[in-house]
Design a protein around this ligand. Structure first.
Ligand code: FES
Length: 248
């Protein structure tokens, strides 16, 4: 038998003339056909054959797969499944880790409790007698809360708008006639006007007086005399009950 004509790699094992003493399998299809390659393959082993080289990319996988395994799936499916699982697990742990690490940073951007508390201020009006004023701090600024007398209300309402530098009716500056709530900041250069204490000068119009440059405000907090250009500002506030307001 001249096996060298089947494949060049067989030549050393079966030189022409058969003098090397290599015997061909006595049984099996290979013996019948006289082909050494076919004879080894038919012996039932799936190990790579001696002198064999894969002719297709997936031929090695077929050779290494257990007998009966589906073609092309035996050497790939378990590995790919394991890789997919590792990728998913790694991704999930990475996402959780990023979230855990980022949370303190995100949480630090929320306003602190003391800052939230300063965003609004509750004021109990019940101890403030008619004619008295109190000063509360809201967002770092003084707020004047005055319990006006009937005379002060009447004085504010009797003033013609034509006499005002910054015309505003008194009714548009209060929510309840007796309670006036204004920012205690002079609209000229930001001084805090006098007039909160009973002993303070209240200016020519019975409201507040800013000694910095001589601005006079009336009982509605409107500018009546001096360099201040506008009335005392009204902060955002609301009545939460008959005796309490929330500023901010
Ligand atoms: S700051 Fe009040 S008058 Fe100048």
């Amino acid at each position: 038998m001249d096996t060298s004509r089947k494949h060049p790699l067989y030549a050393p094992l079966a030189p022409p003339g058969g003098s090397s003493g290599l015997r061909m399998p006595a049984t099996g299809g290979g013996a019948a056909s006289g082909c050494f390659r076919q004879g080894v393959a038919s012996a039932g082993s799936r190990a790579p054959r001696l002198g064999w080289a894969p002719e297709r990319d997936d031929e090695m996988a077929d050779q290494m797969a257990p007998a009966g395994a589906p073609h092309g799936a035996a050497g790939e499916a378990p590995g790919e499944t394991r890789r997919d699982f590792l990728k998913l697990t790694t991704g999930a742990f990475a996402a959780v880790g990023v979230g855990v690490m980022a949370w303190p940073f995100i949480h630090s951007m929320n306003p602190a409790r003391d800052v939230l508390a300063l965003a609004s201020t509750e004021v109990d009006l019940s101890p403030i007698q008619a004619g008295q004023s109190v000063t509360v701090v809201w967002r770092g600024k003084p707020v004047f809360v005055r319990h006006r007398t009937a005379e002060e209300i009447q004085q504010a309402r009797a003033t013609p708008l034509s006499e005002l530098k910054d015309p505003q009716p008194d009714q548009g500056r209060v929510q309840r006639d007796q309670w006036l709530v204004v920012l205690g900041v002079c609209t000229h250069l930001g001084c805090v006007p006098l007039g909160q204490k009973p002993t303070d000068a209240r200016g020519n119009y019975g409201g507040w007086f800013c000694p910095c440059h001589g601005s006079h405000y009336d009982t509605s907090g409107r500018i009546r005399l001096g360099p201040a250009p506008t009335n005392l500002a009204i902060p955002e506030y609301s009545f939460t009950s008959d005796t309490q307001i929330r500023i901010g």
